[in-house]
Design a protein around this ligand. Sequence first.
Ligand code: ADP
Ligand code: GN1
Ligand code: MG
Length: 370
Amino acid sequence: MTREEECAKINKAIEAIDFKGEYLSHEKYGSGHINDTFLACFKKEDNSTIKYILQRMNHHIFNPEKLMENICNVTSFLREKIEKTGGDPNRETMNVIPTKDGKSYFTDSIGSCWRAYVFIEDATSFDKVEKPEDFYQSAVAFGRFQNLLSDFKADALHETIVDFHNTPKRFETFKEAVKKDGLNRASSVKEEIAFVMNRAEDMKICMEMLEKGELPLRVTHNDTKLNNVMIDNKTGNGLCVIDLDTVMPGLSIFDFGDSIRFGANTAMEDEKDLSKVSLDLNLFEQYTSGFLEGCHGSLTENELRMLPMGAKMMTLECGMRFLTDYLQGDVYFNIHRPEHNLDRCRTQFTLVEDMERKKNQMHQIINKLS
Ligand code: ADP
Ligand code: GN1
Ligand code: MG
């Protein structure tokens, strides 16, 4: 699609959604890997500017109808709880802006689906930990999010991506991609493939514990990257958990683990210089302390014991997903350079190795804090 065609599509979406004020401008926004996100600005009657988040949902991955049903249900449930406890629901949860005909999203003439949210002002979503305190605050927010949803009816939720964190199934998909090798890339990533194969036994541990009832199924976020939480610029508190596309039944240790994978890495997720990649144990401690606080003592003994495993498995699974996507021709994650998925995969595997080395230290921190 040319830039002009894309602009025409965005303009149609802007016309269809019930934004307040006169349209001023839009620009690409954020660094998510899944949806196409825009910041749209409008002028109010008093001449002040009002901002919105406009997103083209990734309809190759999600069923937009089911996705938006989940998001509307979860956000209205959260809104009620936040109101009851005297919080500000306009800033502490996502708020969907309906279309002019009262729907939660707009479908354009080529089948792209668009949704909009209130833009959360005076808050930041970080791509990298700048201050350990922010990471701690993000943990409190994700822990609290899980706690707030503890009495949300799980069977009212659609499984927006089936088997999202089912690591053994991800492993099967990976092996199929290696076998198929549609782009002849497998021979150039033998080492990375071997890295995964050497950990075949690890893949099933958490899912088996779930099946045996040793780990509880909870309503979880499932994509707890640091940039999926807004930190209040004034108070420094974790304000609002965003990116609710994958809120589904899941494991708390995976929500914990995915945050560690992304935020306690001393390097960026796509760093090319692997000598910069390691697990920062100080950040691990900050996050653990915040998460336990946010969960309010609701984690079981088994969950506490499996937190380090959750971190390792989310990192291994994510690296394996990046490698699978590389082998399949970069069809899932948004990429910004040819070997982007491979670079991401390599940082994840380097981090897994460091987590394996630091396993005992992680357990010591958890024992100290719980
Ligand atoms: P993706 O699924 O592609 O990661 P996100 O929903 O996480 O998409 O949005 C991408 C980025 O846009 C976020 O990381 C955040 O920086 C920004 N963002 C999303 N929603 C809001 C919002 N309501 N207010 C402010 N910023 C937002
Ligand atoms: C994607 O949407 P985003 O960028 O917050 C992905 C996560 C991965 C992450 C890796 C729906 O998260 O599962 O862990 O990239 N989200 C989906 O950075 O697949
Ligand atoms: Mg995101």
